[in-house]
Ligand binder design. Structure first.
Ligand SMILES: Nc1ncnc2c1ncn2[C@@H]1O[C@H](COP(=O)(O)OP(=O)(O)OP(=O)(O)O)[C@@H](O)[C@H]1O
Ligand SMILES: [Mg+2]
Length: 366
């Protein structure tokens, strides 16, 4: 999916901006605090309904203003569509496609004609440092974007989990409560099997892809925290046994102790846990992960936007040219921010961000 027009109003420090991006490379240059990341963030919100900076949508609206507006025209090369979003307080108050309001965010995420974005942002380093929750959330978003059914399984699982935990916390354990806990456990095992199956399949594909991406990526690998057979029956059996094993402990802990909501994805570089690697090695790993993400998303028959924040500080010149070469060969539409004009490839459209305004490129008259 390519973006043809982008209009941003009252979003972070951008009062009003209209941008006609190039179909391939777009570089957004500007000094610190000019609004470069804010522009990428608007693209991320349009594509995925979430920011890569934080999830509090309130911060997205310009200080002192009631609402932010985003508008985009997108094309898959054959058809065209428009997207309109209104963000107020902490929520999306309107999401529309081709002028028609959608009932929910998940309805938007199921639309084929929306864009999707793979983002490479400095905060991605938190994926290495922080606890399992962040990695789960990262992979869950990624997998739900590739496969809408995964999103449905996650939602059903989360619903059953909340209900089961509430019943486990209930001090008055009647036979009815225990029956309900068992039935909800069955739902968790069924949906949990679907979730773990999809996660394992993705990790397997990613591990196969990494060694052929580029030279250094051969040292990167991922491993799911739970070791079980990769077929559905094996996962189902494994989960049923795990639920049985923790049954007594759950009564004491009053919380569901087994299932994909507690799993993790471990990262390795040269066979060692990535958390022991240097910062540069961490960057290489993340770059490899993003490129694998792009490739696996493209395998679904659609193309994501690629958003890269802080080009010059994140990558050295060798990896910058390798990345640009890969993105060009994938024919992706790319948006990159940088403070350093020297690092910009000659074939890129360059726009300059200045106090929330754009200059250069193919811009709107006002
Ligand atoms: N909700 C908001 N309303 C208005 N301004 C905001 C809001 N949130 C952040 N800002 C301001 O927007 C400005 C631009 O921030 P942004 O992170 O986009 O800059 P940047 O060009 O990416 O800078 P850097 O090169 O340092 O990464 C900052 O001065 C920031 O304080
Ligand atoms: Mg920035």
């Amino acid at each position: 999916m390519n973006l043809e027009v982008l209009r941003i109003e009252r979003f972070r420090n951008i009062a009003m901006l209209e941008f006609f991006p190039h179909a391939a490379m777009n570089f957004i240059v500007g000094s610190n605090g000019s609004g470069k990341t804010s522009l990428l963030e608007a693209l991320s919100v349009l594509s995925t309904l979430r920011s890569f900076r934080d999830n509090k949508k309130q911060a997205l609206v310009q200080f002192g203003k009631p609402q932010a507006f985003l508008h985009a025209s997108v094309t898959d090369g054959v058809s065209h569509a428009t997207v309109d979003m209104e963000i107020a307080d902490t929520r999306f108050t309107r999401v529309a496609m081709n002028g028609k309001n959608l009932k929910s965010g998940s309805q938007y995420l199921r639309q084929n004609m929306r864009s999707h974005a793979v983002v490479f942002h400095p905060s991605d380093h938190e994926l290495i440092r922080l606890d399992a929750r962040f990695r789960r959330r990262y992979f869950d978003h990624l997998l739900a974007a590739e496969d809408t059914q995964y999103g449905v399984h996650l939602r059903d699982y989360a619903r059953a989990l909340v209900q089961r935990n509430a019943l486990l916390r209930d001090t008055l354990q009647t036979s009815h409560t225990q029956q309900m806990i068992r039935s909800l456990g069955t739902i968790l095992i069924e949906r949990g099997t679907d979730i773990i199956f999809t996660r394992l399949k993705w990790i397997e594909k990613c591990n196969r892809l990494l060694p052929i991406l580029w030279e250094n990526a051969q040292y990167c690998s991922l491993q799911y925290s739970v070791v079980c057979s990769h077929d559905r029956d094996g996962i189902h059996h494994f989960l049923s046994e795990s639920f049985k094993k923790v049954q007594q402990a759950e009564v004491r802990a009053r919380v569901t102790l087994s299932g994909p909501h507690r799993d993790d994805v471990h990262f390795f570089f040269h066979g060692k846990p990535l958390r022991y690697a240097s910062q540069g090695e961490g960057r290489l790993f993340l770059l490899a992960l993003k490129l694998a993400e792009v490739q696996l998303y493209c395998d679904t028959g659609r193309k994501p936007l690629f958003l890269l924040d802080d080009f010059s500080s994140e990558l050295d010149s060798v990896h910058r040219s390798m990345l640009m070469h890969t993105l060009r060969s994938q024919r992706l539409q790319v948006f990159v921010t940088t403070t350093d004009r020297e690092s910009i490839p000659s074939d890129a459209q360059v726009v300059e961000m200045c106090y929330g305004n754009l200059r250069g490129g193919r811009l709107h008259d006002n």
